[in-house]
Ligand binder design. Structure first.
Ligand code: UN1
Length: 495
């Protein structure tokens, strides 16, 4: 059994609490390892280490910093299969999806390694002769990366990698449900030659460790992915101290199916993006807006297909859908199924925890579809974060767009149509940070901006070039080589 220690200033360190918690396989209930229970003192040490390391790391030339990321990418690639198997055990997603999660980390490593030779600023004319003006990117300082369990490898890399290539140092607090992958990732950074203190790892709980990071005066940026409720708290506490705050929060992502859609494609794509990762992606499809002309057929096809999905251990190649992350998640999904019933939605498939045979040992829930949902219902508005799809009938594209935009979230959306006009109207008017045509709502690529509008975040984006706006700040530099005092904006000089 592995014990996952904190990693502070280049050393694997026991937590000050002296306590450890079990890491549970959600498919079997088996204990996989034990994770340190971090404390405020651990955070203080980690932040002090990151602060000291920042003074040196920011001066390491960016192409040299990038070489370490490149090596991290190579190590991730070599160990992809091993990491994926560990992830499936720890988090439950089926093996092909776990491989995909590691692949996103590899992609991010190479992308951000490339950034080490760009980190583009700009030059611009100065107002006066014999003077240069330019804008350069500067690192911000100590970054707290607070990450969720649903992408235990990819999401940490989305935060840590751009932060490091830009010259910041990091304190990483992974979700308490996925300590193993965090441990493996930090070990890889260590092996790749990252100097001590540049990346530190402190395990939760969020209530103490996360909170200590939010309050610590030497943490300059909080990058947080999680629920809207927690995001508001992060924003309030860290924002009040004028820290930079980057938030990636929930989604209530809709697929629109027009009457001219390819229904075979719709069937495949919706099943994949509603029930892949057991619906536990912030990009998961949780609303389906179907044109009345094809409504009955689409509901019927999806219900038949969902009923056939095989639940089980994600290591088993026969499994289509893995477990939920823990018992609380099962309770939450069951609660929302009840809400849907009481609101008068029509349950067409699923609706129960799955407990037959081996499944009883884990946290399984049947893929669930509600039809005849109306836009005002709670199941059409609130993020369930599980395998529950709410289907609504629409009469026009305009109505579908209005329903899509009526929820508090604005992460991902999609339209299935063969009509180019429908596609472009949807792309123009859907108020989400990510839009797809003829594809489900999941599967964003790491070189494009990732994030959403309204309550999905606070206007920033992860990944791609957009990430650099989060992890750097601008410095305007003026170099006057005229040899005399040139005063900007002043014509007549008195002094
Ligand atoms: C998330 O659900 O938190 O676009 C991230 C996707 C993945 C990332 C999802 N590439 O579905």
């Amino acid at each position: 059994m592995t014990v996952y220690l904190n990693y502070i200033n280049g050393r694997w360190t026991e937590p000050r609490s002296g306590k450890y918690t079990d890491n549970i396989n959600p498919a079997t209930g088996e204990v996989l390892g034990q994770a340190a229970v971090g404390t405020e003192e651990d955070v203080a040490e980690a932040v002090a280490a990151a602060k000291a390391a920042f003074a040196k790391w920011r001066k390491v030339p960016a192409p040299r910093r990038a070489e370490i990321l490149y090596r991290v990418g190579e190590l991730l690639r070599e160990r992809k299969e091993d990491l994926a198997r560990k992830m499936t055990q720890e988090m439950g997603k089926v093996l092909p999806e776990a491989r995909g999660d590691v692949q996103e980390g590899i992609d991010m490593a190479y992308y951000m390694a490339g950034e080490g030779r760009r980190l583009l600023g700009h030059t611009t004319p100065a107002e006066m002769p014999d003077k240069f003006a330019m804008a350069v990117r500067e690192p911000i300082g100590v970054v707290a990366a607070i990450t969720p369990w649903n992408f235990p490898l990819a999401i940490p890399t989305w935060k840590i990698m751009p932060a490091l290539v830009a010259g910041n140092t990091v304190v990483f607090k992974p979700a308490t449900d996925t300590p193993w992958l965090a441990y493996e990732l930090v070990k890889i950074f260590e092996e790749a030659g990252l100097p001590p203190g540049v990346l530190n790892l402190v395990y939760g709980p969020g209530g103490t460790v996360g909170e200590a990071l939010l309050h610590h005066p030497d943490v300059h940026l909080i990058s947080f992915t999680g629920s809207v409720e927690s995001g508001k708290h992060v924003n309030q506490v860290a924002g009040a101290q004028l820290k930079r705050v980057h938030l990636e929060l929930g989604g209530k992502n809709a697929v629109i199916v027009m009457d001219d859609a390819d229904l075979d494609l719709v069937e495949q794509a919706v099943i994949w993006s509603a029930f892949g990762t057991t619906g536990q992606r912030c990009t998961a499809t949780s609303r389906l807006l179907v044109h009345e002309a094809v409504y009955d057929e689409v509901v019927e096809r999806l219900a038949a297909r969902a009923a056939k999905l095989r639940l089980g251990n994600g290591l088993d190649p026969q499994t289509d859908v893995g477990p939920l992350i823990n018992g609380r998640a099962v309770e939450k999904v069951a609660y929302y199924v009840n809400v849907g019933r009481e609101e008068g939605a029509r349950l067409v498939v699923g609706g129960q925890p799955a407990t037959e045979g081996e499944l009883a040992r884990g946290f399984f829930f049947q893929p669930t579809i509600f039809a005849d949902v109306t836009p005002a219902m709670r199941i059409a508005n609130e993020e369930i974060f599980g395998p529950v799809l709410a289907v609504m009938k629409i009469r026009s594209l305009e109505e579908a767009i209005e329903i899509n935009n009526s929820v508090q979230y604005g992460l991902s959306s999609s339209i299935f149509t063969r009509d180019v006009r429908n596609a472009f109207v949807a792309m123009r008017d859907l108020a989400t940070g990510i839009c797809y045509v003829n594809h489900g709502t999941i599967g964003a690529e790491i070189h494009l901006p990732f994030g959403g509008m309204r309550a999905t975040g606070n206007g920033h984006r992860e990944a791609g070039q957009a990430a650099l706006e989060v992890y750097t700040e601008w410095k305007a530099v003026y170099v006057d080589f005229s040899g005399r005092l040139q005063r900007a904006q002043i014509d007549e000089v008195k002094i």
